[in-house]
Structures are given as C-alpha cells and as structure tokens.
Design a protein around this ligand. Structure first.
Ligand code: UDP
Length: 465
C-alpha cells in the first residue's frame, strides 16, 4: 500500500495552526506523510517561539514548508481586511506552485489536500490539480451549521446578501436544535463593518466549497454536538483533538510558552487556581485591564494569567493598576503565553476565565474545567451560548452600559463558577464522553481511522460527492 502524502494547509491564526498541527501528528502516527504549509510570516513567528536548537520532523513524517501570504514584510497582519483579502487572492496560486514543485519529483507526490475550512477557496486549486480533498473545521459544528445555512438565512430575511443582520432576531436552524441570536453569527461580532463584509465573502465561499466535500473533519464529539452534527451530512467528528505528540515544544505556537507556570501550579493546592487567558487576539483597554486585574485580585485566590505582550494592542504591554503586583505577590503568576493544554489538565486549576475560542473550549471540556465566558469576536459568542445555555458548564459575564466588565462582576462570577456543583457534574460527564470518543473503538477514533484507511486504500474518489 503506497504511503499517502497529505498537504495540510491551515489558516494563519493561532487556533487554526495549532489544531491542524495536532491533526498532522495524528495522521503521521497513522502512517501518513504530511507536508504542513505555513505562511512565511507565521513560520517566522513559530520559529521565534521555539528554542534555538529545536528540530522536529516527527520521525521524518511531517515536513514543514512555507508559502507567501501576498503581503509585504511591513504590512500589518493585524489588519483583518488586508490579511483576508490577500489570503484569498494570493494563497491559491502559491499553493498550486508548491504542489506542482513537490510533484515534479517521482517520489512522494502529494496525494491529497487537507485544507482548513476557513480557506475554502483552496479546494478549487485541489480540484484543478485533480487532487482529492478534505476539510478541517476548527470551530464548532454549530458554527459550521450556521455557515452552511447562509442561503436560508438570506431567504428568511435574517441577513441581507452582504451578511448584515436585518435586526437582532432569534434563529433556529431546525426543530429540536437550540436557538441563537443572529447578532452572534460568525461574521457579525466585529467593530468594523468592513471586516464583516470581507469576512462574510470569505465564509460564504468556504461554506459553498465545503458542501461539495464528503469529509469535513470536526474537532468535536457526538455527545457534545449531536443535534448540530445531525444537520450536516459530511461533518465527521474526530475530537476532542488531544495531544498526539508528547514533546514539550511543538511548531504550532506563535508565542514562546512559559513552562515555569507548571512548576508554579505544582505548588498550589488542588482545585484552587483561577486560569485567565483570553486567547491569541483579544485586546483590552487600559481601564478594562485594570478592572480584570482587580476583579481577580479580589477573589483572594491564586491565579495564573496569560497576559500577551500585545494584550493592549498598539498601546504596548500591560500596565497593571498601582500596587497590584506587590499586593498579589506570589499568589499570582503572570506569563506572556502558557502551555495551555498542560495548564488545563493540571489538578490545581479550579476554573478558566476564557474568551471561548473553540480550541480553548474543547480543551476545557476535555479536562473538566468550568468556564467563565468573556467572548471577544467571531464564533466566540456562539460558543458562549453553547457553554452557558446548552451544556450548562460555565457562566457568562454581564457588561456595563459602556461595554466594560466590572471588577465586582468578575469577582462574583468567578466565585459562583468555582462553587457550582452542577457545572462540575455536567463537566465530569462530558469529559468522560470525550475520552471514550477518542479511545480505541470510540466514535471519533473510528471516524478518524476510517478516514485514514480510505486515504491509504487510494479510494479518494469516494471522498468527494
Ligand atoms: N494557547 C496556548 N497558550 C496560551 C493561550 C492559548 O497554548 O497562553 C492555545 C490554546 O491551547 C489553543 C489556542 O492557543 O489551542 C487558541 O485557540 P482558540 O481557538 O481557543 O482561540 P484563538 O486564540 O485562536 O482565538
């Protein structure tokens, strides 16, 4: 049987790169050769975050390559409009060139493409090159279901043709599935309407492309998202995507992980620590950062806070309230970036103050950690609804009229979420179901093995409709 060779192409965000790298390790463990494609810019970030002597090709089974993203070195990649349009315009031809170059040689030709569902425009390239293809969806299946229903949302007048809502309505995709606010559609929670416009174009294209593919691999499991999985024929749950590679450093983090937090966690009592991380993109104002700092301080509990070097956007590193660092002393540890999966599986962690990114959500669910939700943009609001209203494994923070989350609200909700026995019981149940799904013989494990088998047997034509 020939060794299948997958070209794996993530979108350039942290959660996307991390999830597709995790998947690549699982593929490699199942005998698939992987060529993993970063944009040059992301690769520079990942490389800078790794120790100098880092070298990993995962026993010769994962090759790391780069392509340009179409922007110049000085362009601001935090400008979502710029990044999205240049990705859509430039990456397809760079990917085509890359495949043609690799396949010039007789050996180890690319035999299929696994692209991030957020890069739906790449499936046209795979088709042009006559390569079988599959998608990886790194957000929730619920979010995917909303995308696949865009034509229905337009027809029903929930959104217009450019993706803007016609009013804040409750939407139910089908009988028996939970309703949600139209304002929480993936492309709507952005301050800048230009982002919504271009983001909508991109997701509309992606969702159309994904409809023509028989395997959309989802980082989820049956018991967690069954009503939404039932709505989508080609969504294949293979999650939770747990670490396959146990090595300390992996080429998928865009900031250097500070492992000192694990030693610090080792010194804290069981189930005592508040873990605060708002993901890779959340930006806080000076005032909001101050309220968060004091709110966590007021709990009197130990806390581990991931405060990225750019947590205050262009205003530079965090400026904490006067006397805060002295007052919290050794009770707190603030790091720039943490090995989060390791943190969330640590017995000292009591709860997670989270931005509700899908990877973070899955990591918390898989480790039975209660969540206090603080969504920032995109799918994070729908994830919050799933956490708080559907699975009931977390609580939501109320904002004040000016949009700030106040220190008292933070203190109070942290106490509530830590002491809620019902949340813990429901999480224990989900954690067990998630473990079972990925164990040998579990539904997600079988789905993944079935997918790899098809690739190995070269039955790739059955991967497409
Ligand atoms: N992460 C991490 N260290 C941190 C914070 C986050 O390793 O200090 C990882 C986290 O484990 C997750 C990813 O970064 O796998 C973030 O993905 P998510 O979808 O939660 O949010 P995003 O930042 O992409 O919005």
């Amino acid at each position: 049987m020939a060794v299948p060779h997958a070209l794996v192409v993530p979108f350039c965000g942290q959660g996307h790169v991390a999830a597709l790298m995790e998947l690549s390790h699982h593929l490699a463990d199942h005998g698939v050769l992987v060529t993993f494609v970063y944009t040059e810019y992301t690769h520079r970030q990942v490389k800078a975050a790794l120790p100098e002597n880092f070298s990993s090709d995962y026993a010769g089974r994962i090759r790391l390559v780069t392509i340009p993203d179409g922007l110049s070195t000085d362009d601001d990649r935090k400008d979502a409009c710029k990044l999205l349009s240049s990705s859509m315009n430039a990456i397809p031809s760079f990917m085509e060139e890359l495949v043609l170059k690799i396949n010039e040689k007789d050996e180890e030709k690319i035999t299929f493409v696994i692209a991030d569902g957020a890069m739906g425009f790449l499936f046209d390239v795979a088709e042009k090159l006559n390569l079988p293809r599959a998608a990886v969806w790194t957000a929730s299946t619920w979010t995917l279901a909303t995308l696949l229903n865009i034509p229905m949302l337009i027809e029903d007048g929930v959104i217009d043709e450019n993706g803007f809502q016609t009013g804040d309505k409750m939407v139910q995709l089908s009988e028996g599935v939970p309703a949600f606010r139209s304002a929480h559609l993936l492309w709507l929670p952005f301050e800048d309407t230009k982002i919504t416009e271009i983001f909508f174009k991109c997701v509309e294209k992606s969702s159309e492309s994904m409809k023509g593919i028989s395997h959309v691999l989802c980082n989820t499991f049956e018991e967690l998202e069954s009503p939404f999985l039932d709505l989508i024929n080609n969504a294949i749950p293979i999650g939770p995507l747990l670490p396959a590679n146990k090595a300390k450093h992996q080429p998928s983090s865009i900031w250097a992980e500070d492992w000192s937090c694990i030693d610090w966690l080792n010194q804290q009592p069981t189930c005592s620590v508040i873990y605060v991380s708002l993901g890779s993109t959340t930006v806080l104002s000076q005032h909001q950062l101050g309220e968060l700092a004091i709110g966590v301080e007021l709990t009197g509990r130990p806390f581990l806070w991931v405060s990225r070097p750019d947590i205050m956007g262009s205003f530079g590193g965090a400026a904490y309230p006067e006397g805060f660092m002295e007052r919290v002393g050794r009770r707190a540890l603030i790091v720039g970036w943490a090995p989060q999966k390791e943190v969330l599986s640590h017995p000292s962690v009591a709860c997670f103050l989270t931005h509700c990114g899908w990877n973070s959500t899955m990591e918390a669910v898989s480790n039975g950690v209660p969540m206090l939700c603080w969504p920032y943009f995109g799918d994070q609001f729908l994830n919050q609804t799933a956490i708080v209203e559907v699975w009931k494994v977390g609580l939501e923070l109320e904002k004040e009229d000016d949009g700030t989350v106040g220190k008292e609200e933070i203190r109070e909700k942290l106490e509530l979420v830590i002491n809620d026995e019902g949340i813990r019981e429901r999480l224990t149940h989900l954690e067990e179901k998630g473990k079972k799904a990925t164990m040998k013989g579990g539904a997600s494990a079988r789905n993944f093995e079935g997918f790899v088998d098809m690739m190995k047997k070269g039955k790739m034509s059955s991967l497409e409709h």
